[in-house]
Ligand binder design. Structure first.
Ligand code: GLN
Length: 242
């Protein structure tokens, strides 16, 4: 079997919050299960492979978002890969550019995104900064808490084709509307950094299962469960519930 290819896209443009860690988490969780995986790091100007199983976009500044959209549209291979059924996991600026439109700069210029998620982002009334805790409904119906931190000025609203990823317990989320993230087919967008897949391994496994088209055996890591328990308790103590 050929190795599972994880593609970290433009991390020098969209990597200011350490979201590259998401790629390492995915590779490591496959390695712990004895599944061969490769990590391809694509820098701006490099061709994006169309052979990947999971593509990752991270957070970044406004100007970087414009360059990333231009590069990805000109290259085109990300679109081919998604047509084949690959998964895209996009965080913060990555989430915004995956949408239909977003705004940048003092003049709030409207920029066309990649059109992979039916969402639109506009400057919000406040900047969302701080810990965030959300409730994600897993495919089996069970609830899993997602912890991370958010830092974004853009507020994102969902169109009819995109579904919320999670509901917000603490923090701002998409637009202070109780919704966090968006899902459309195999494209998942979300605001939390952390890296979010390190803090929330069940979400990492969900993305891998979507990409591989099969269930993965659980990986018991009690120290990680304990870390999650402590983080969730801390954010519940200090944060204001919606
Ligand atoms: N520039 C975007 C915003 O502020 C994205 C920021 C980020 O990726 N943290 O909304």
């Amino acid at each position: 079997m050929s190795p599972v290819e994880i593609v970290l896209v433009y991390q020098s443009l969209l990597g200011i919050y350490g979201d590259r860690g998401n790629a390492m988490v995915l590779r490591q969780r496959l390695a712990w299960r004895g599944i061969d995986a490769t990590l391809t790091v694509v820098e701006p100007g490099d061709p994006v492979p169309s052979t990947g199983s999971v593509y990752l976009l991270g957070g970044g500044e406004d100007a970087a978002q414009i360059s990333a959209v231009k590069g990805l549209k000109a290259d085109g291979h990300l679109f081919d890969a998604l047509d084949r059924g690959a998964v895209l996991f996009a965080v913060c600026a990555g989430f915004q550019i995956a949408g239909n439109t977003f705004t940048v700069g003092e003049q709030d210029d409207v920029i066309e995104g990649l059109g992979l998620l039916d969402v639109d982002t506009r400057r919000g009334p406040v900047r969302a900064v701080g810990e965030i805790l959300t409730r994600w409904k897993r495919p089996d119906g069970s609830e899993y808490l997602i912890t991370g931190f958010e830092n974004h000025g853009g507020f994102t609203t969902l169109g009819a084709k995109a579904k919320p990823l999670a509901s917000v317990e603490i923090g701002v989320g998409n637009a202070n509307d109780g919704i966090e993230g968006a899902v459309q087919g195999t494209v998942v967008g979300t605001y939390p950094h952390g890296p979010v897949l390190a803090r929330n391994p069940a979400l990492a496994d969900h993305l891998l299962e979507r990409a591989l088209g099969r269930d993965l055996e659980p990986l018991p890591l009690p120290e990680l469960d304990e870390l999650r328990r402590q983080r969730i308790a801390a954010v519940r103590k200090t944060g204001t519930r919606r």
